[in-house]
Design a protein around this ligand. Structure first.
Ligand code: DC
Length: 218
């Protein structure tokens, strides 16, 4: 049986950085499920589907084949065979992912792929519904969070490093809006699983958080 570590939490809590590090140290595969929802969002944007067009999202999402490959330990997301890794981390794609991910057809497609990955290999999987829906039997579950201010500042720095012009107040407002959408949606809302350990990373270093999670696996 494979060993699964589920990490859930809101945007900007440090999930992907931490999950990647824990996966490396434990020699597990890292599965970034947000990137899969982002790839689907990119497809919808490319097809000109509007955020509010629920029925169209349901229909058009069926045309997108999302798969995952690993090259030198890095997760590559393929959208209909194209490596789209470099196109997923924009605010436009993130916002579309937040709007389209509550869709049942989108979720069913993604959750199936995620479950198959975790059955086959030891994984650290991060997302919003991993401990609650995708891997309810994961051996370790973590709910990783940080204050809205800290998360907005982290995203601001990330975008600034990439040379994108950004506005801190707008990022903070977007994060608050996205949190609200992710936490109040009908299907698979973001919530702490009953058996998940809560970690607030606001005042913690990456190293401290990673060590805490690794200690939970012993
Ligand atoms: O973690 P992220 O910012 O890359 O995720 C993008 C969006 O995808 C986020 O707003 C919610 C959605 N998502 C989801 O619904 N379920 C997951 N397991 C992961 C992400």
């Amino acid at each position: 049986m494979s060993y699964n570590i589920a990490i859930d939490g809101p945007a900007g809590a440090g999930k992907s950085t931490i999950a990647k590090l824990v996966a490396k140290r434990m020699h597990f595969i890292y599965v970034d499920t947000g990137a899969m929802y982002r790839a689907m969002a990119l497809y919808l944007i490319r097809r000109g589907v509007g955020a509010e067009e629920k029925e169209k999202i349901e229909k058009v999402c069926q045309e997108a084949q999302i798969s995952i490959e690993y090259q030198n330990g890095e997760q590559i997301v393929l959208l209909n065979g194209e490596n789209v890794n470099g196109l997923l981390r924009t605010e436009e794609v993130g916002n579309m992912a937040s709007v389209s991910s509550p869709n049942r057809a989108v979720r069913e497609k993604m959750v199936q792929i995620q479950k198959e990955l975790a059955e086959k290999a030891d994984v650290v999987m991060d997302g919003r519904d991993i401990g609650t829906c995708v891997l309810p039997d994961a051996q370790v579950k973590v709910y990783l969070t940080a204050s809205t201010k800290v998360r907005a500042m982290r995203r601001y720095k990330e975008l600034e490093e990439k040379g994108e012009t950004c506005d801190l107040a707008k990022i903070e407002a977007d994060i608050a809006e996205r949190d609200h959408r992710d936490m109040t949606r009908e299907l698979a809302p973001l919530q702490q699983a009953k058996d998940a350990v809560l970690i607030d990373s606001s005042e913690m270093t990456i190293e401290e958080v990673a060590e805490k999670i690794i200690a939970l696996c012993k």
